[in-house]
Design a protein around this ligand. Structure first.
Ligand SMILES: N[C@@H]1[C@@H](O)[C@H](O)[C@@H](COP(=O)(O)O)O[C@@H]1O
Length: 325
């Protein structure tokens, strides 16, 4: 199988006479959409010429960008490869001659028929964090930047990749007792908000929509820590629970301001802190982009404990995959 580096160099070469790659679109739904958040954040911050878009697949097919053409690349993700709107998004991109890279776990899925390149990833218990969907998505962004404009921190990024697996599994052990206490404390709550900022925001978004809402039927919304002061903070009181993602890197100060307020006027706050969990061994130049992988992979410690104590298995659904939608 071709590496992502090779896939990107093939695409770069094929577009050399048409002006190269200038637009990258990440397109997916739900957890797969959230997994692309670091890639979007990376190109937004680090690129001077290449532009990036992150789209829900349904929005992409109904309102595709005008620049979806000669200088574009589309990266789609679907775990099972059968989400209809994501399949249609890949089909639309191909119909405009845009190369499509598909990240999926099921390699003979309907999505694969509409991808020029297919990339699988590590998944499930014992997975290699550096090889999973989020980081494979991020690697497409890093390779595109490095092979077009150049990326000064490419080696720092590779160093981060070599460290993230160990950091996650150590954090996993570290959080076991705290997750049990969390489950005990919040098992009867009807609402739990999540909060986050920066390149790892997608992990808190995923926790809100895919775990609390989808898998536990607990009301939730993901509040950006910076936006908190522009509306949401009015609901702060001693009873309302917040699941707080305290990032490490550029936007830690944004989180800290919100957390200080919550500590003063709220009471029920579960803080998951990337600094405490050892993310800082990754270089400051690239640390922002590893927050998602850390948080998203330690939240299952909490989620399993919560599902167990509530006797609501994470696989329970009312509508998903059961009715027409
Ligand atoms: N929690 C996610 C959902 O949000 C998503 O709708 C579904 C399909 O996603 P995919 O297209 O990645 O298979 O998978 C998971 O259950």
């Amino acid at each position: 199988m071709m590496s992502i580096k090779e896939i990107i160099s093939g695409i770069v070469e094929s577009k050399a006479e048409k002006g190269g790659i200038t637009h990258v679109y990440y397109v997916a739904c739900g957890g797969s959409y959230a997994a692309f958040y670091p890639a979007k954040a990376f190109l937004e911050k680090e690129a001077t010429k290449v532009t990036v878009g992150l789209y829900n697949s349904g929005e992409f097919i109904n309102n595709p960008p005008v620049a979806l053409g000669d200088n574009a690349v589309v990266v789609v993700a679907s775990h099972k490869g059968n989400t209809p709107e994501t399949i249609k998004a890949a089909e639309l991109a191909q119909s405009r001659g845009v190369p499509v890279i598909g990240l999926t776990w099921v390699t003979d899925s309907p999505l694969v028929a509409h991808c020029d390149f297919v990339e699988t990833y590590s998944f499930g218990d014992g997975k290699d964090i550096a090889e999973e969907k989020t980081l494979k998505g991020l690697i497409t962004a890093v390779e595109i930047l490095n092979q077009t404009e150049g990326y000064a921190h490419y080696e720092d990024f590779q160093d981060g990749l070599s460290k993230i697996n160990r950091i996650v599994y150590r954090a996993w052990d570290h959080l076991q007792n705290r997750a049990q206490a969390f489950a005990q404390e919040y098992k009867d709550d009807k609402v739990i908000y999540t909060m986050a900022s920066g390149a790892g925001y997608g992990a808190a978004y995923l926790q809100s929509i895919c775990i609390f809402m989808e898998m536990q039927w607990i009301h939730s919304a993901c509040i950006h820590s910076g936006e908190f002061f522009h509306g949401p903070f009015e609901i702060t009181d001693a009873n309302t629970p917040f699941f707080f993602q305290f990032s490490e890197g550029s936007t830690r100060a944004v989180d800290e301001r919100a957390l200080n307020f919550l500590k003063k006027y709220g009471r029920r706050i579960e803080v998951v802190d990337a600094k405490e969990l050892g993310l800082s061994t990754i270089k400051p130049t690239v640390i922002d982009y590893f927050n998602h992988s850390l948080f998203n992979n330690v939240y299952p410690v909490y989620n399993r404990a919560l599902a167990e104590i509530r006797q609501h298995p994470l696989t329970t659904r009312r509508y998903m995959w059961k009715v027409e939608y």
